[in-house]
Ligand binder design. Structure first.
Ligand SMILES: NC(=O)c1ccc[n+]([C@@H]2O[C@H](COP(=O)([O-])OP(=O)(O)OC[C@H]3O[C@@H](n4cnc5c(N)ncnc54)[C@H](OP(=O)(O)O)[C@@H]3O)[C@@H](O)[C@H]2O)c1
Length: 360
């Protein structure tokens, strides 16, 4: 069986390797064996491999007999195949996700240790035989939907359902933004999504984002133009209340969002894709009583583990009721052959991808 692994001196995806390992035929009393159903490729997976987050997570064991390695990937959905006799609450056929991305997910199987009295390593997303959740929904459940859900729900607690409240966000085509749009629309909150202009398929992107629920989609160039903000944007908002600005980029893009906020609004930063610092006029903040926040899902979960569980349950409920959909992504299937080739195909395309493990 295969895992995509990296070494202590890895600097980029070219250094990734395939490590073969033996899947145990039986598990210890405190172990669960999982087979992988699907995993996505997220920007943060690549940032981690490129060393942007500093130290790599600890090496993990692929099986009892193979050497420990770093395994790539942070998210995925798995099916339980063997349950140690001391472990309660899981059966063969249950679908689970890992509560920590530190085990690495880009691999055909995961052997999970249940340390006595330690933190729960798994979260059950679906019991054996139960329907209502697709592989691609489970695969992408741990990071982007909870982030988007908490961004909508953590900073404004009293959204008005009269259709006059607004959220403005940059990187409007990102998966987080597309989930956020859907959560906001369920509350009847309007969304203005700002995207990079100049793409040949611009109109298609705009209509896809609108079909997910975006009220309006504008380009960075428009958002950063004072003239556009003072004229066209005012008619788009039509007297509405811009209560939340969601920033994933920094720099001039974040400044533009900040300047769109209505009095008492808040800007939340959850990404820094341009690496540029954020500046805004102090008086604008002072007179309008604007606040700024940083958002980090991992930090929130460490401080309050139950908050992630509650959020996941809310997201799963929306999937099961058909009110939420995974934004478009390239779907690839691993049947046999080289697992790494498949991941590199997605990574090099620069597109969002999900690998389904059809061999499992
Ligand atoms: N704080 C947290 O806890 C948390 C949790 C989850 C995700 N995140 C962060 O959220 C971000 C989005 O994640 P995702 O999985 O949703 O990403 P994604 O689907 O891959 O989308 C990335 C988006 O960023 C845009 N973008 C990238 N560089 C840009 C630039 N220099 N200027 C303008 N737009 C740019 C891309 O625009 P184009 O379409 O034009 O290329 C694309 O729409 C990542 O930075 C991720 O690390 C943070």
């Amino acid at each position: 069986m295969s895992a995509i692994t990296y070494g202590d001196h890895t600097k980029d995806v070219e250094d990734l390797e395939v490590t073969k390992f033996t899947v145990p035929s039986a598990v210890e009393s405190n172990q669960i064996l999982l087979k992988t159903l699907a995993t996505p490729i997220n920007p943060s997976d690549l940032l981690l491999i490129r060393g942007v987050y500093g130290a790599f997570p600890p090496k993990v064991k692929l099986s009892e007999t193979d050497p420990v390695v770093h395994v790539a990937g942070n998210e995925g959905v798995f099916e339980v195949t063997k349950v140690g006799k001391n472990i309660k609450g899981y059966s063969e056929g249950d679908w689970v996700i890992l509560t920590s991305g530190r085990l690495g997910t880009w691999r055909t199987h995961v052997l999970v240790d249940y340390p006595e009295g330690g933190p729960e390593p798994l979260f059950k997303v679906k019991s054996a035989g139960e329907g209502g959740l697709k592989k691609i929904e489970g695969a992408t459940l741990s990071v982007n939907p909870p982030t988007a859900y908490q961004l909508v729900h953590n900073y404004v607690k009293d959204w008005n359902s009269d259709g006059k409240d607004w959220i403005v966000q940059n990187a409007g085509g990102s998966h987080v933004a597309q989930f956020l749009t859907q959560f906001a629309r369920l509350l009847n909150v309007n969304v203005l999504s700002v995207i990079r202009g100049g793409k040949p398929n611009h109109d298609e992107i705009v209509s896809e984002l609108k079909s997910l629920g975006a009220t309006a989609v504008i380009t960075e160039e428009q958002a950063q133009s004072e003239q556009f903000r003072n004229n066209e944007l005012k008619s788009i908002f039509n007297g509405g209340n811009v209560r939340l600005a969601i920033n994933c980029l920094g720099g001039a893009s974040a400044t533009a969002l900040f300047l769109m906020l209505s009095p008492d609004g808040a800007m939340v930063t959850y990404g820094a894709l341009t690496n540029d610092p954020i500046t805004y006029p102090s008086r604008w903040q002072q007179y309008n009583n604007l606040t700024t926040h940083g958002y980090f899902l991992t930090g929130n979960t460490k401080r309050n583990p139950q908050s992630k569980i509650d959020t996941l349950n809310a997201v799963i409920k929306l999937y099961k009721s058909g009110k939420l959909q995974v934004p478009p992504a390239t779907l690839l299937e691993f049947k046999d052959g080289n697992l790494l080739d498949l991941y590199l195909q997605v990574i090099k395309s620069g597109k969002k991808g999900i690998v389904k493990y059809e061999s499992n």
